[in-house]
Design a protein around this ligand. Structure first.
Ligand code: PPE
Length: 304
């Protein structure tokens, strides 16, 4: 997927031309993955463009930085304003938003505390990550042979650039065999999440998702879906799941900012089937919310 260009990227407090938003090849983050990032979406609503849970995402960016003892030189509020400015300036009414804070250029080596932290916020129009057909009919998923990195190796609670090498291994592996997405188990064999999505299981009307202690990211879509599902009257649990819990599910779906709400129609060559009623209800309420057509969660929309 090539990047659709817009005009400007916010870089360390200034809007610079898209083509000038470059870094030196000796940037620390490029060598060691020493960065933390976010993925956020803005949607067109009847009241103008709104960013879904923008403040929550910027808080998570700060939490990711804290885990790596990396002070982000802009407050959550400043990053919120920078994002709104970048969206307005580029005149996009819906877009994906990628804030990134990374160790910049000054020194090499594994003690980065003196290396400055650079911050960028880029936006671009980006269709749903796993495709429109995936949203409608579901995706084919395989459990990767690569395990999720554990909390005492690289804490999955940090959405850190270097961590995504693990997801890349998993995704490359399953795409090479013709599947659409990977799910990773942790070293104990419990389900964590997808390469870039949280996972939910529906069985006998009960909705379950792995706890963050499994190694699953504390997803903001995950949190939103848990709240919505409870409000719809479903019992929602956070519990450890093994792979056969996926095989025996009535319904399975992914949640994530880039992917949105994606049904899983096949897992390890076992049929789950066309998206079921619970998944459909969650999709309906989620898409209505982000498009400003359902006022119940209007406080999650931050207008630009
Ligand atoms: N797990 C992982 C590993 C993950 O990367 C994401 C987001 C999620 C769960 C869902 O979290 P949330 O977006 O807060 O609901 N992945 C981001 C980056 C994806 C990418 O491939 O790049 C995203 O969806 O923006």
């Amino acid at each position: 997927m090539s990047l659709p260009k817009v005009d400007k990227i916010w870089m360390n407090g200034e809007l610079v031309d898209w083509d000038d938003a470059n870094v030196h090849v000796l940037t620390h983050g490029l060598h060691y993955g020493s960065g933390v990032f976010e993925g956020i979406r803005a949607y067109k609503t009847p009241k103008g463009t709104a960013v879904f849970r923008l403040t929550e995402h910027m808080k998570r960016l700060h939490r990711s930085g804290k885990i790596y003892a990396m002070d982000i030189p802009y407050t959550v509020d400043e990053l919120v304003e920078a994002t709104k400015l970048t969206i307005r300036e580029n005149k996009v009414d819906s877009c994906y938003i990628r804030p990134l804070a990374y160790r910049g250029y000054s020194e090499m080596g594994l003690f980065p505390q003196r290396v400055p932290v650079d911050v960028v916020v880029a936006v671009w129009p980006w269709g749903t990550y796993l495709g429109e057909d995936g949203i409608k009919h579901g995706v084919r998923v395989r459990i990767s042979s690569f395990r999720r990195h554990e909390a005492n190796a690289a804490p999955p609670a940090a959405k850190a650039s270097g961590h995504y090498l693990n997801s890349i291994l998993a995704k490359q592996e399953v795409l090479a065999s013709g599947y659409d997405e990977a799910i990773l188990l942790n070293s104990e064999g419990y389900v964590t999440d997808g390469s870039g999505e949280n996972v939910f299981v529906v069985r006998d009307g009960v909705i379950t998702t792995p706890p963050t202690s499994s190694g699953a990211l504390e997803g903001i879509t995950r949190d939103s879906v848990m709240k919505m599902a409870k409000d719809l009257g479903y019992e929602v649990r956070e519990a450890d799941l093994v792979r056969s819990d996926l095989y025996l599910a009535d319904e399975l779906f992914f949640t994530g900012t880039a992917a949105e709400i994606v049904p899983i129609r096949e897992i390890d060559d076992r049929l789950v089937g066309e998206p079921g009623p619970v998944t459909r209800k969650i999709q309906d309420i989620f898409f209505a919310t982000v498009h400003g057509e359902d006022d119940r969660y209007a406080s999650w929309l931050e207008h630009v």
